[in-house]
Design a protein around this ligand. Structure first.
Ligand SMILES: Nc1nc2c(ncn2[C@@H]2O[C@H](COP(=O)(O)OP(=O)(O)OP(=O)(O)O)[C@@H](O)[C@H]2O)c(=O)[nH]1
Length: 448
């Protein structure tokens, strides 16, 4: 798990708060001090830490918890919100709009660039895309073989020539090669051996001009901690189409420093590397990351009531209107399925909802646990656009999704049918009942 040590220390601070009998100014100051210590030990820049903890302290002392929420619960929410803000805004996945989409990767030597390219290729392959890799690292012939070794067992092709000295020529030829082969995504490894930002940025500009990528991805080593700031800043200033992968966040004592430093530059972190294996790459979503980091699941009892209340407050009449107009996409269903899996078997959940036993059509809810898992795997192979607008999923997309997820076209169709039924069901229900269900199923958290 990424940043385990930092997570534990933050979690301990919150646990201490949960155990304390009173919550006065002294308690708040102690929690804030614990948070400061945890962040500084993870190499977060001291000024950033002070800004963050000042905000936490100010809000916890000044804001009144809403009715039904205790002071402790309110503090946890503030810590969560401020840490999330600290790590950026929302998750922004890499967009694959055009075919082929060309991605250029750059990174200082040893940053984990080659490994990250293989991981990225695997990530997109799992989502059903045909990926081609171009190795234009003319400095280290080994890079080509390393990349081949990592991805060829997966059936992903690497274009390269260890004897060629002209990196730009290689990059151009590689992109052309995969264009002709009909690749959906072409990932180009960059050429040089860099020790510092300047030469890296220079090379990025040269290759960029030659191949005109849709996005340039900088790979930063998470173990360098807050030193990541300068790299990320120089990169952000040099390209408007840049995003970042922070690697080696598993087991690094300085990972918190690296993530916060990159976020502080306003650069977008799109993925994090969390291990040496090819699947150890995670899309970066500040909200999910912080709740996992804080181990909110562990202090569930304390948070449940709060979350429930918060969801109810979030789910307004206006949201309901939108929802009833049919704004219910696969992402919503995915979130529901996830929530259901966390909460336990469907039957039990349905029993918790007054009046639900008879109001839900049998066939719409009879989804076994195994099937839920399969649905999740299928949805993992869909693009953002497909999840948001399932109506665009035609036969060729169904085939691609089935291939990417290792399921059959019949399975994908079954999922789409389930979605249609649920959507129809929600549309046909009366508002009051729907509102009740929405609360139980935490629909309020879907940002409707
Ligand atoms: N634990 C861990 N190790 C990683 C991660 N990403 C990369 N590595 C390791 O870091 C080392 C360097 O990775 P490479 O991919 O070879 O680095 P590179 O930036 O391509 O290196 P050069 O080609 O020398 O510029 C390798 O041993 C990788 O296994 C990660 O997320 N976690």
């Amino acid at each position: 798990m990424a940043l385990e040590k930092l997570g534990k220390a933050l979690n301990n601070a919150l646990r201490k708060l949960a155990r304390s009998s009173t919550v006065d100014e002294a308690t708040i100051k102690e929690v804030v001090r614990d948070i400061q210590r945890a962040l500084i030990q993870s190499d977060v820049n001291v000024r950033l830490v002070l800004d963050l903890t000042k905000r936490i302290e100010k809000r916890t002392l000044e804001e009144k918890p809403p009715a039904g929420v205790s002071k402790k619960e309110h503090i946890i929410k503030i810590v969560y919100e401020e840490l999330t803000r600290f790590l950026g805004t929302e998750a922004k996945p890499i967009e694959i709009k055009e075919k082929p989409t060309v991605l250029l990767t750059v990174g200082i030597q040893g940053s984990g660039k080659t490994t990250s390219i293989a991981k990225l290729a695997r990530y997109f392959q799992k989502r059903g895309y045909k990926v081609g890799l171009v190795c234009s690292d003319t400095w280290r012939p080994g890079a080509y073989y390393q990349l081949k070794q990592l991805v060829e067992p997966l059936g992903i092709e690497v274009f390269g020539d260890p004897d060629e000295k002209d990196a730009i020529k290689l990059a151009k030829e590689g992109v052309e090669y995969f264009k002709e082969k009909g690749a959906d995504i072409i990932i180009v490894d960059s050429a040089g051996r860099h020790k510092e930002e300047k030469s890296l940025i220079e090379e990025m500009k040269q290759i960029s001009n030659a191949i005109k990528p849709h996005e340039v991805i900088l790979v930063i080593d998470g173990t360098i901690g807050q030193q990541a700031y300068n790299q990320a800043l120089a990169f952000k200033e040099a390209t408007p189409i840049g995003s970042i992968i922070v690697t080696k966040l598993d087991g690094s004592a300085k990972g918190g420093g690296a993530l916060s430093a990159v976020a502080a530059t306003g650069a977008l972190i799109k993925f994090i590397g969390v291990g040496e294996r090819i699947d150890d790459l995670e899309p970066f979503d500040p909200k999910r990351f912080v709740s996992r980091l804080l181990g909110l699941g562990d202090i569930q009892g304390l948070l449940e009531k709060f979350e429930e209340l918060q969801k109810q407050q979030e789910f307004s009449e206006e949201d309901m209107e939108k929802f009833l107009k049919g704004k219910f996409n696969l992402k919503d269903m995915y979130a529901q399925l996830e929530a259901m899996q966390k909460m336990g078997p469907l039957k039990q959940i349905l029993q918790m909802i007054p009046g639900m036993g008879y109001s839900l059509p049998e066939e719409a809810v009879r989804v076994g646990e195994e099937k839920l898992k399969k649905f999740k795997v299928i949805m993992d192979s869909m693009t953002e656009e497909e999840l948001e607008h399932p109506e665009i999923i035609n036969y060729s997309r169904i085939k691609r999704i089935a291939r990417g997820s290792g399921t059959s076209t019949q399975d994908v169709r079954e999922l789409l049918n389930q979605y249609k039924q649920m959507k129809k069901m929600f549309k046909s229900m009366d508002k009051r009942k729907l509102s009740k269900i929405a609360r139980k199923f935490n629909l309020g958290g879907f940002g409707l």
